[in-house]
Ligand binder design. Structure first.
Ligand SMILES: Nc1ncnc2c1ncn2[C@@H]1O[C@H](COP(=O)(O)OP(=O)(O)OP(=O)(O)O)[C@@H](O)[C@H]1O
Length: 301
């Protein structure tokens, strides 16, 4: 049995009228890299905040290392990078790093911290408030791992990073997972979840719509689709009258139809005289699975 790091049991978070998270359950083992993927408002940040002990579940229970997330001995074992990067004004980057390292019983050596995060000597001597957005993210990542945590939570970590920083970041994350660290991160980017995570928790309306490896999510949820180009002003109203079509969505000028019966889809496309061009039968892509599960992007796109 793998070592269980996070246990989330029947957790709900209610804000006034709004159920941000509704009866979620999952467990994460040591060394896993897990992506929390979902559209805006799906409950990703709320879930991460509850795992961190910053918010209390309205119902249900969360255990980290078998204990309450708010216990000091638990907090020393976790590191977090949140969306808002706030830095202590009036201090140089190196002073902030040393300060945060001093809070932990066995912090990472400064040299290692600098190497892992790509902070330069120049960055270290800079006043933190003068850093660029991307440099601030790097500092924020350095602060998250300063205490050499066993569990690392990252809320949309790569927003604002350039390609080089992003690649370095994921290399560091993978190296840490190989050393037995457990990583959980949220993202809107399907491709990032597919490439960086071994497991995806797909959130939709505060619930978990799918939980599996990227390839499981692709294969289990995929129903074949046909796509074609069509003039932007062409109405697709009539397609909704065909019960054989599970889903219709339009992205730029390309229309995607989903159905188990692609032969019938082809007949419908010609019967309806849509002026379809460049017809393609699509293979399973994470993006398709995601859109089907999330059930968005109908006509609106
Ligand atoms: N403090 C709060 N008070 C009231 N409603 C809240 C609060 N925090 C979050 N919500 C609501 O709960 C829902 C889930 O929000 P959450 O921030 O967890 O989503 P998210 O998946 O992280 O979205 P995003 O990708 O936009 O960051 C949203 O509808 C949001 O408006």
């Amino acid at each position: 049995m793998m070592n269980e790091i996070i246990a989330v049991q029947n957790v709900t978070k209610q804000f006034q009228q709004k159920k941000a998270v509704n009866q979620i359950n999952f467990s994460i083992s040591q060394g896993e890299i897990v992506a929390i993927l979902g559209p805006n408002g799906a409950g990703k940040t709320t879930t991460l905040s509850m795992i961190l002990g910053l918010l209390k579940p309205t119902e249900g229970e969360i255990k980290l290392f078998g204990s309450d997330p708010q216990e000091k001995k638990v907090r020393e074992r976790i590191g977090a990078m949140l969306q808002e990067v706030s830095v202590i004004p009036g201090l140089k980057v190196i002073e902030i790093l040393e300060l945060i390292r001093s809070y932990y019983p066995s912090p990472l050596p400064l040299k290692e911290l600098v190497e892992l995060t790509g902070l330069t000597d120049g960055d270290l001597k800079t006043m933190a408030e003068k850093l660029s957005g991307g440099q601030k993210r790097r500092l924020s990542f350095a602060l998250a791992i300063a205490g050499n945590p066993e569990l690392i939570l990252l809320d949309e970590p790569t927003v604002g990073m350039d390609i080089t920083s992003r690649n370095r970041f994921w290399q560091t994350i993978h190296a840490m997972a190989e050393k037995g660290k457990t990583i959980i991160f949220s993202t809107h980017y399907l491709q990032e979840a597919d490439e960086a995570a071994q497991r995806i928790l797909l959130f939709k309306d505060g619930a978990i719509a799918a939980d599996g490896t990227p390839s499981q999510i692709k294969s289990n949820r995929f129903t074949p689709s046909i796509s074609f180009m069509v003039d932007a002003e062409k109405s697709l109203e009539r397609l909704y009258e065909h019960p054989e079509i599970d889903q219709v969505h339009r992205k730029n000028n390309r229309v995607y139809l989903h159905s188990a019966n692609t032969d019938r889809l082809l007949e419908i496309i010609f019967e309806e005289k849509l002026g379809a061009r460049d017809i393609q039968i699509e293979r399973g892509k994470l993006e398709d699975a995601f859109e089907q599960l999330i059930g968005e992007h109908k006509e609106a796109m």
